[in-house]
Design a protein around this ligand. Sequence first.
Ligand code: NAD
Length: 485
Amino acid sequence: MTFLDKSVWQGKAFSGGWKQVGGGESAVIEPATGNELGRVGIASPADIAAATQAAAAAQQAWAATPYTQRAAILRRAGDIWLANAAEIEDWSVREGGKIPPAAQFETHVATEEVFEAATLPGRPYGDLLPSEQPRLSFAERVPVGVVGVISPFNFPQILAIRSVAPALALGNAVVLKPDPRTAVCGGVVLARIFEEAGLPDGLLHVLPGGADVGEALVTDPRVGVISFTGSTAAGRKVGALAGQHLKRVHLELGGNSALIVLDDADLAAAASAGAWGSFLHQGQICMTAGRHLVQEAVYDDYVARLAEKAGHLPVGDPASGQVALGPIIDERQRDKVHALVTGSVEAGARLAAGGTYEGLFYSPTVLADVAPAMPAYASEVFGPVAPVVRFATLEEAAKLAADSEYGLSLGILTRDVMRGLELARKIPTGIVHINDQTVDDSPNTPFGGIRASGTGARFGGSANLDAFTDTRWVTIRGEIAPYPF
Ligand code: NAD
């Protein structure tokens, strides 16, 4: 029996062991072939209620478990992830349509998230506070209790584990609702890993489902914090619902990140970085370079180089191992991408490369002569599309880049790094890379967007402590305090 053997999870979800749940089943489809890879159990809102109850019951004993034991379980989870990486990556290629290097990147970052979280239980968890009274006064971090995690399809392991691991490490129980389209990588993988790592029963529940199941998790009174990663539209609903229930919510949402190419940049390297930033995982990354802003002196050259690259990147079944781009996740998403491309061409953009598809395979697309109002530039495409806009001055570049509802990532390519940094300071985003494209992730760095991209950086190091604990003021005196009454 293999680690992800279907006999364990077929038709089931993980909540107090593997079992059938109330929302029926959903087929896991391989987007490259249309083949059914298996069937996962789909939860109902009632399953969420049962899970949060069991989670709340298990959490206090977990929080009281010696910190060394919590850390050891997390380290074991990371080791199990690594030991089974090849099988997990194979699922990632087939279920998610990832090319093998992207699948390997995902397991690498996911395991590092677990190892980084394993350092949290041993860190200081409070502050001693000066007091006017003869007493000990301190601020103590306490687990939230039950944390709800809602995650999307595009990097399902990372975007689930980056919340699940620190939340567990800090003494919480977790109910995870992955996207049903990638419920194996985003759900079964995590459940199997923590099952094998010896996480006590009741602390992790994995319940795939749709928006109704996600909303049940957000409104459940036993859930203290929601960590949501997904689209801005769904994030707004989750945020509003959480607000009604006075619940803390972390929102990691969409983006339309700018890659700015200044006229002194090495253009061969810039075009290579630009192609990676826009076409990796078919552009289905929140940090994708969604807007290329290029200074006029090098504009034509850059467009030609990027189009040349796009024209030569092979697209096809990633299980063949021979392609640079795999399929788009489903038809709905492909049609959305194509409508944004054709809408832009109708509005006057020039197709320098791509713009066509076969099945779910969308060719890497470069749109030139783009104006900011065109749909592929103005909206998040979430597909392999690079709209390229021209600018003259740095002031114009700053204005163009900042003129977006989003604020996730930013890349600036220039030989003059101080000029790049000065420009970056005028453009509000949560992440900026000078002399790199917009896509990157690492477990020890602050990660998060501002504006419509989310509620700000909350992953990495101490940000996880803020995200997944409550702070409590505690005082202790040797004798009962004297009062005049
Ligand atoms: P989506 O918002 O449709 O779905 C994301 C998750 O939310 C899924 O599990 C879905 O079932 C659930 N969901 C949807 N509506 C809900 C609701 N009303 N209440 C509760 N849960 C709900 O996202 P998608 O289109 O599948 O994913 C791509 C989007 O995610 C893009 O916009 C991308 O930029 C964004 N994203 C952001 C980050 C980040 O870190 N900022 C990372 C990856 C993806």
